[in-house]
Structures are given as C-alpha cells and as structure tokens.
Design a protein around this ligand. Sequence first.
Ligand SMILES: [Zn+2]
Length: 297
Amino acid sequence: MNSNLAKNIFRKRLIIEGLFQKEIKSEDFVDSFLRRLSQELEMTIIAGPFISSATGKSVPLHDGFEGTLVWAESGVSTYVWTNSNFATVDIYSCKQFDTKQAIDFVIKEFDMKNFSYHEIPDPLTYQEDNRVEILTTDEKGSGVFAKDFIPAETQISYVDGQIHFAEKESQVFIYAADHAVPFHKYFYRNGFNTNAVKLNHSCEPNCYVKDLFFVTTLRDIHPGEELTYCYSLFCNSDWKNPEGVCLCGSQQCLGKILPWRDLPSEFKKKYIDYTADWILFDEMKKNGYIKKLTEDI
Ligand SMILES: [Zn+2]
C-alpha cells in the first residue's frame, strides 16, 4: 500500500539488480562507476564516493565491494557480490532522471546478462481527475465537489487500498477501513489515499463504481455539485452504517443504507447499469442466465 506523505516533494527511487559478466577485481571499479553514473544522470557530487570492501569482513557469500555517493539531488549506493557476480544499484533522487538511460548505463558498465528493476513511484500510477476538490461542509463533514464541468462517464478516482478477505459474508467490512469497496462476496478493497475515500453516500448518486475500482460519473456534473456514490450499488452484505439511518438528504432517500439484495425493485431497475458487475453476475448465475449463455455460444 502506497501513501505519498509529501506530495510537494519530488522524489524517485530506482533499484536495478543484475547478474554481471564483468571481471570486478577492486574497489576502483565501484568508485569509477559511481562517478560516471553521476555524470550520466547529471547529478552534483557533494561527498564521496565512500567505498569499502566486504571481502574477509563478512561470511564468504558476501565478498565484494560497496560504495555510496552523496548528491545534492540525494544519492546512490552500489553493492557488488563478486563471488555471485551479482550487483545492486540503488538510486534515490529528488531530481527527475530518465529511467531507461540509467538502466542502460548500469547494464553496459557491469556487462549484465540478466537484470531486473523497480521504480518508485510506479510511473503507471492512476492519475485522478483534477476537476474535483475536497471541501468541508457543516452538514456532512468533508466531501468531493466539482470545480469544473465533468461529463458523464468520466473516471474521477480509484479505490487504491489493501485487499482483504472475509471468511464469511457477514464479516465483510469487519476489518475494512472507511470507504471499502467489495468486489466479491468475500473480498473487498479499502479506500486509502485517493479522493474515493472522501466520497459521500447518496441514495440519488451522480457517480458509481465501475470495473471493480474506478469511481465514474453516471451523468454530467456541474461546477459546485457534490460528487456522491450509492454504497448499495456495490455492497451486498449485512453491513450497516453506524448511524443506522441514511443522512444523504436526497429526494429519493431510502431512509437506510441497504445492501443491494434489500433494495426496492424499482431502485434496482433504475440503477441496473451502475450496479457492480460481481453483484449482477451472481444474480445472473442464480437465475440461470449463465446456463442460457452456454446454449447461445
Ligand atoms: Zn439516503
């Protein structure tokens, strides 16, 4: 589970590991490698390299060399296991650099035949829609509001927390954090670090949870409107909201936040397109639609 505690501070970690073919006989290689890597990534050396040899100082498995270099932009460390022909390079930078360029350089320098890498933050992380903002209101505490016009079917956020398993359906939500989203009878995912955690429930929602975890608008949203989703369209367990009653205040408030199975049939029909796929799928199986599908395909 990731949490960006300092969104205003840019930082990037890149760990590259590999099995190398180069013959590394002395600490000089690590010293020269660290200096040239700094040049390649245009980093500013302010201290080091500090190099040492682990040979004879640890168990034989760890024989090799290690080195650290301090940059104005953070730093880099390298660990070389000479008897296993294995090396790790850890880069931490508060300045952007090209991941592929760094990997290519390390592979060439060490003559790596096999490598793996891990980059933090993940460059493919889901980007939330920035047309919303979190505001605090007297009636409901905090909520998500539109700053601009947002068209229907826009993905605005993503449920990004840890996935939990409940042994029984009735236990779903026992360990759940706020705003957990079930995606199976026994599995649910906590909301965690995105705007999805701040979304309030409404019995007349303008958003829904699509494709398991994506909070998506179900109609056009106008500036100043609060974005809401209806828990009943993705929850189907015995969970009850702590207040016991629904406080959404909408025109079509059901009075309670009900699991999908207890919703009035008219409500189910109205929101069928916005109901979680897994709930509909269970329902289809129960009603024999899947059997019919096997005849059709
Ligand atoms: Zn309500």
